[in-house]
Structure formats: C-alpha cells, structure tokens
Design a protein around this ligand. Sequence first.
Ligand SMILES: CC(C)(COP(=O)(O)OP(=O)(O)OC[C@H]1O[C@@H](n2cnc3c(N)ncnc32)[C@H](O)[C@@H]1OP(=O)(O)O)[C@@H](O)C(=O)NCCC(=O)NCCS
Length: 178
Amino acid sequence: MEATRPATRGDALQCAELCRNALDEVAALRHGTLSLRHEVGLAAKALLKPGGLERLIADRRRLVLMGTIDGVPVGVGLGRIDGEGQRTIGVVDGLYVAQGARGVGVGAALLGGLVDFFEHGGCQGVDVAVLPGDRSTKQFFEAGGFSARLIVMYRPLGGRASSANCPASRGTAQGSAP
Ligand SMILES: CC(C)(COP(=O)(O)OP(=O)(O)OC[C@H]1O[C@@H](n2cnc3c(N)ncnc32)[C@H](O)[C@@H]1OP(=O)(O)O)[C@@H](O)C(=O)NCCC(=O)NCCS
C-alpha cells in the first residue's frame, strides 16, 4: 500500500540514494547537466551533503516527504514555500519515485502531500521545472492539473558559426546598427 510521511533524520541515507538516482536521470536528459547547474535539483543536491536532510527538515518553509510502499521508502518529494503575501507560491524542488515503484500512485501521493502543504502555507499556485525532453514527467504533471507558464529559450555559444546565425549579429555585420 502506497503512503507518504514527513522525512526524519533516520531517512538520510535512503533519501540521499533516491536523490542521487534522480540527479543521474536528469543528467541523462537533453540540457540536463546545464539545468542541474542552474535551476533543477538544487535541493536534491543539498540532501547529498552530510546534515543536508536535517537542515531542510528544520526549515519551516520546506517539506521533505518520503513516499513508501508497505512502509519501504521508494520516493521523495521536496517542497518549498517561496515569497510573501499575494506573491507566495509553492515550488516543487524535487519529486522522484524509484523506477521499479512507478505507476502505482506513489508520485501522485507525494505531489498531493506537497500541494496540501502549499495550500496550508497560503500559496497562490505551484511551480515545478521539467526538462523539455522529459515527456513522461511532463505528462504526469499535466495529469495533475499543471500547464506550462514559462519557457526558457537557450542557445549555446562558442564559435563564429553560432553567432553568424544570430539576428542581432547579422544586423551589425551589415552596418545597420544604430
Ligand atoms: C514523474 C514520477 C514522479 C511519477 O511517479 P509515479 O509514482 O510513477 O506516478 P503515479 O503512479 O502516482 O501516477 C499518477 C498519475 O499520473 C499519471 N501518469 C504517471 N506517469 C504518466 C505518464 N508518463 N503519462 C501520463 N500520465 C502519467 C498516472 O496515470 C496517474 O494517473 P491516474 O491516477 O489517473 O492513474 C516518476 O515517474 C518519476 O520519478 N520520474 C522521474 C522524475 C525526475 O526525474 N525527477 C527528478 C527531479 S529532481
């Protein structure tokens, strides 16, 4: 039977292993390594450090939930309340279910627990970052009522060929700059 419960200090090792697997899965996705450096999985990385779980648990604006099947931890959910007043939103910093435990409701239970926490914390909505190539995670969140609100465009740099394709560079090369 799937369930969730708040993480305790005793979950540190299991939590770190789940986070390590989550980070590995993200790293294998398109733009995964870059996103891990800037926007994605930062709280999960904190859980890999000694005392990381205790620090997150001690923060009243955060929630670390363990997802279990028959009492065995198989997933983790990391939530954070961000902002004040009207601008308060909940941020899902990480949601991960071990591959062998997917498809039986653990992810939905973790997300439900985080959403309850955000609602009690006065949040106006919930944000979660998903990589464009991660269709199944995107579909999971869409099934939970989420839709895209921001798309981050990216262009790699390094080399004349790439800048020659930039409209701004083209204008300058033709002498049309103001
Ligand atoms: C996304 C994820 C959390 C889903 O967990 P899960 O336990 O398999 O999901 P559930 O079994 O609770 O599914 C919940 C609902 O979403 C739906 N769903 C799940 N995956 C889906 C998919 N790929 N496409 C469409 N719907 C999907 C299920 O059908 C279910 O709907 P239902 O209740 O109507 O049947 C899990 O696949 C995962 O951990 N993926 C990796 C995510 C990741 O990389 N996280 C790292 C961030 S730091």
